[in-house]
Ligand binder design. Structure first.
Ligand code: SAM
Length: 199
């Protein structure tokens, strides 16, 4: 299935957004997640750079289409944990290194200063929705990240207000970068941003 124009794609996504979330996922989730331009950049350009950098990583939010990511991230000796709220989705996490739980309470799930990298892509606006919850997620992520660790944040402009502009991350994070990636870039309606956990 190919969409004729950018505008048609955008209208289509806005229409999908009004359908109940469970039905959205059933009907279109897998196809769109695998083929969207932001996903292709994530898998082909962004994750390989993080994989090369290695370290102890946390991937948040596990779906069928993300099941191969932990192995990709561990290819060069890194260690990748996965975290997912929904118990049934554990099967898409990294076997032996998966935790069922809430990102906003991640500080209760992992020891302080555990991770060199946290990937929080498609969770803001897809479960972690209001400003309070989003601030809690940043706070909890900062707690389990080492000082100077990297956060890859990915969010959809049609699912959430800008959490960074709202000042929800600034208590714990400053702009960062990794291996030539821009600090912030937008692909369609998906925003990627890289942050460094404050010392
Ligand atoms: C749209 S999917 C994105 C999955 C994946 N992170 C990606 O990049 O495609 C959102 C996922 O985040 C999970 N999720 C939502 N809120 C969460 C929370 N508070 N803690 C952990 N996982 C959460 C959902 O259950 C779902 O699997």
């Amino acid at each position: 299935m190919k969409f004729p124009t950018k505008t048609a794609r955008s209208v289509f996504k806005k229409l999908i957004a009004v359908i109940p979330k469970k039905l959205q996922k059933k009907l279109f989730g897998h196809y769109w997640a695998m083929h969207s331009p932001d996903r292709l950049v994530l898998v082909k350009e962004i994750l390989p750079k993080f994989s090369k950098a290695g370290g102890t990583m946390l991937w948040v939010g596990c779906e069928k289409y993300t099941r191969t990511y932990p192995k990709l991230l561990e290819k060069h000796g890194g260690v990748c944990w996965t975290l997912e709220l929904v118990p049934e989705q554990s099967r898409w996490g990294n076997s032996g290194r998966h935790i069922i739980g809430d990102l906003t309470k991640a500080d209760l799930l992992f020891p302080e200063h555990t991770f060199d990298v946290v990937f929080c892509n498609g969770v803001i606006g897809w479960g972690v929705n209001g400003p309070e919850q989003q601030r809690d997620a940043f706070r909890a992520m900062a707690h389990i990240m080492k000082p100077g660790a990297t956060l890859l944040l990915g969010w959809n402009t049609y699912r959430s207000k800008d959490p960074v502009l709202a000042g929800l991350s600034s208590g714990w994070f400053v702009p960062g970068t990794l291996d030539g990636l821009e600090q912030k870039f937008k692909i369609g309606e998906h925003v990627y941003e890289i942050f460094e956990r404050k010392d």
